[in-house]
Design a binder for this molecule. Sequence first.
Ligand code: SAM
Length: 266
Amino acid sequence: MSVHFYIVATPIGNLSDITFRAVEVLKTVDYIACEDTRVTRVLADKYGFGAKLFDCHKFNEKERSEKIISLIDDGKTVALVSDAGTPGISDPGSVLIKELRERNIEITSLPGACAVTTFLSQLPRDNEEYAFIGFIPRNKKHQEEILSKYKYTNCVFYESPNRLLETLENIEPERKIAVGRELTKMFEEVKIGSVKDIIDYYKNNILKGEIVVMLYAQEQDAASEEDLKTKINILKEEGFSPKDISKIISKLYGENKNKVYKLVIE
Ligand code: SAM
């Protein structure tokens, strides 16, 4: 495989959190497409890659795709980096990647820092399931819709410190939640508790920097499981297949598809 395009993860705070391979690739590629060249310049100065940066952000990604494709057609190699973490994860990249894939250009990703995985790896969790929703919508109604959709799944989202308290006020006070702030940085902090506890804490403590949140899945009570079984039986009687029933119920009620499927075939 002859790769001409590399997606390279960069640190989310601590500048040492970058792989040897990432530095090697960033040193050897012909060009580096950056979300913001000023941010990447700091990393470039530290690790010694520099004169080949150009910007590629959400406002010029489409236009830059053409430039990158023509560079690759000319036999050049290009790396994509964002300001922090993994490009394409709540960051620019997907428009460009779609264009490259449509042209069958070989792409590879260099794994590395990402706020979601950095956070999840240090949280107590009962299972591996989670829904990542990126930045939580600002609109209260959209927030409610998305949180209700994933009510019974651990739900991970990015949020700004300026809006965190307002968002938390929109969630049931007794729900369990974890907030990660400034991960990998000097003032890293992880708080786990009820929504009410977290609101109280941040009303009295510093709330700035970068934030990632996991709202723990709401536990299902027996009554709602019975209710689910009743709905399943109605759909069974109507002749729907187990697969369709799990799809319909999970879409309508934000239930986990595998869990519904298990109940259907019970
Ligand atoms: N691509 C990045 C990644 O791989 O995680 C995410 C980019 S997104 C534009 C930036 C958001 O990620 C921040 O607003 C914050 O919600 C979260 N984030 C990034 N760095 C973080 C950190 N060090 N601690 C906590 N959250 C962080």
